[in-house]
Design a protein around this ligand. Sequence first.
Ligand SMILES: Nc1nc2c(c(=O)[nH]1)N[C@H]1C(S)=C(S)[C@@H](COP(=O)(O)O)O[C@H]1N2
Ligand SMILES: [Mo]
Length: 309
Amino acid sequence: MDGYRVTQGLHVISGIAAIPLLGAKLWAVYPRLFEWPPARSVLHALERLGIAILVATMVLELFTGTLNIIEWYPWPFPFRQTHFWLAWLATGGLLLHIAAKGPMIAEHWRRVRPGLPERRLFLGSVTAAVAVVTLTTAGQTVPWLRRLTLLAPRRPDIGELGLPITRTAAQAGTTVTPADWRLRVDGPQPYELTMDQLLALPQYESRLPIACVEGWSASAHWTGVRVRDLLARAGAPAGARVRVTSLEQNGPYRIMEMPAAYAQDPLTLLAVRVNGQVLTPNHGYPARIIAPNRPGVLQTKWVTRMEVF
Ligand SMILES: Nc1nc2c(c(=O)[nH]1)N[C@H]1C(S)=C(S)[C@@H](COP(=O)(O)O)O[C@H]1N2
Ligand SMILES: [Mo]
């Protein structure tokens, strides 16, 4: 249930901790990055090329990840795929780099030298910087660090009904629900439900978090109809996926697709209440999706249609 929340929290915390670490490393080797002549031999040229790729991928990885926190994508390439593949390149590059420098690293640790004062100061500062950014980030995931959450776009415990709001109803143009709102479910036996009919179906409760790419996650208590019950009623075959459409007119998260494993999970709801109250427009009134182990962007608000496919 909290699996995605944990990996998401670790991802953001370790990514932010890596920023001062990479900065310190680059600062320490900075003169050597611009060594002249650029290559003394073919082997040396290859090594430097490897380092150039490693530095470039790491800087880009941390840069794109940081801007993702504020959901800002000022580049022509797709963020998710690029961030994913850069991570593999950087990991491979780092392993090669450590392997190539292995003998040097071993040699360094064999020589027992008392640490020079400036070196101790440097390592101390780097450690302090990492500790500070980690402590001021981690509260987005870890409740008892909440009060230290300074480096976050949002505090996870502040917001309407005890839950933050990312895209508001005003931004999405869904403040007023059309008077003729129906939940339409398309499948072999399509049907429509009014709100009263939806509320007359068996209601279930799930305690599930929203884990946003901005880095925060917050748990809430949801009430609603099981998605699998809604799909079964439409005659969905086993293994069917579902496409969910929001009332919102534009926006990257207007349409969401859910694989069968999530749609069939008994915790996955089309929720109508959160933390004991009817959903507010900002939290997705009249109905929203809440499913375990999925990123916040897929917890579609203001649902109007579900399609079995
Ligand atoms: N239709 C629609 N649903 C949406 C969004 C959106 O922009 N449009 N934003 C998503 C994002 S990014 C998150 S983190 C969650 C946040 O839900 P909350 O605002 O109720 O906390 O809603 C998701 N559902
Ligand atoms: Mo989000």
